[in-house]
Design a protein around this ligand. Sequence first.
Ligand code: TEU
Ligand code: CA
Length: 558
Amino acid sequence: MTATDIRKTPQPWWKEAIIYQIYPRSFKDSNGDGIGDLRGIIEKLDYIQRLGVDAVWLNPIFTSPNDDNGYDISDYRNIMDDFGTMDDFDELLSQMHDRGLRLILDLVANHSSDEHPWFIESRKSRDNPYRDYYHWFPAEKGVPPKRFSFFDVKNDAWKYDAHTNSYYLRYFSEKQPDLNWENSALRHEMYNIMRFWLDKGIDGFRMDVIPFISKDTNWPPVQVYSEGPSLHAHLQEMHREVLQHYNMVSIAEGVGVTPEKALNFVDPERKELDLLYHFEGMDIGYIPGAYKVPDPEGVDLLKFKQVYTAWDKVFEQRGWGTIYLGNHDQPRMLSRWGNDDPAFAKASAKLLMTFLLSHRATPFFYAGDELGMSNIRFDSINDYRDIETINQYERIRQEVGDLKTFMDNQKLTARDNGRTPFQWNSDPNAGFSTSNPWLKVNPNYKTVNAELQENDPDSPLSFFRKLVALRRENKTLIYGIYELVDATHPEVYAYSRTLENDRLIVLLNFSSNRTSISLPSYVNEYSVLINNLKQHMRRDSGNVHLEAWQAVIIRVED
Ligand code: TEU
Ligand code: CA
């Protein structure tokens, strides 16, 4: 897309937006039950607005038994008791809109809770009208063909249900039965649920594991779950029936989607979805094929550069990208990709923000990362609340595996590391709650919290606000062509962003060592737009010298 294209055709709001993700359970507890809630978010809307972000993505807020913290929905048209009431929701939405903030909800359409009325009916008998809302396999036909479950203790996605002598499919927990999208009646139920929330005025949906919704019900052996036979037919029907009728953004959680397949979801010509976020970056630094085992070699920056460069290329002509380094399924980005040692935490937190806000992609920024929140590194399995960790622990225990190594690995990789309560201030429970929180607070909250950083010009929080303003003031950071600089440098990730005759270069030293890199030959003079350290970036002839975790964006001057 050229600069004239951008000027000529008004771009959708979500291309220029920064989307702030809030895990409601951990953001702010307003009624002292130790669980975050909608009124807590309302209390903090001024804070959110002052960040300068444009939209908020809330993880599921719907009625749920919370087997998987809301990703198991038992009533799609009601608010989870823990989080408040529909009146609270209406108040939140209207106050967000008053502040110019958009609201994106989390649509969990691949599966429901087993406590949803549909499933309660479906499991009653083989001829129940709701039977085909789910995937059942009659046991007299033998054992169903292998399907993998992320959360099952034996990774077996078929769960036997004696009442009708059948198995039901669930890629996740046994309380999350997969919905049958090959059944048109179910699809239209889901479209009505989407209209219900869109008619209330929400601004979009993040769609949970949406690539998985289509299944070949002959159950052939498959390795890839994100390319079911009718997947794109379903998404095109969803677009026709619902999405095209609203000014909204549709975002695929692109689990299993490769760069080659991404445009099948978000090429505007296909009239399916708008955005997709991928997982390829999230595999870096883990041993391939093992369950979240950190690579002793750590993060391979060359691989990291290759992945994010490849994903920028996907959207060079059509579609639009997204970028993230943390969310509720990932450990804290500071601990995973930066260095949370106090000597480097501040600099590396700011460097990671600079990475996220300087790509040609919509940034998804996870609440707490603006403070440099880091992994809590639980010692005991009893501290964990995440079904994924708990069931994996049980699997290894049953296999008489190495639980100590598993627990050590979870200190870097567990999802609960990214779900600890938001650190507001140095009051008890970091000001998140007046009573014991549902998940322990990181003990570093006395030194890492929003109140301490609010008026500190050198804090990660202040730096984030500066970056948000910089991105807004420089369309080159949003729309500029991306080009990798020095692909082989082992410590520095550098890339240029060019829009017409404006050229910026982003220089990120992803290491705890001082290093240097030669600037492209076309650089003579430059001005510094932002630097995460007080120290200037030293230059001698064609080289620049970067301190540990130093992040600098320069403008090339003629
Ligand atoms: O995640 C889908 C998914 O693939 C992740 O569960 C990830 O692969 C897993 O966490 C391994 O790290 C979505 C939601 O984001 C996640 O929170 C839910 O647990 C899951 O779907 C089921 O709804
Ligand atoms: Ca609460």
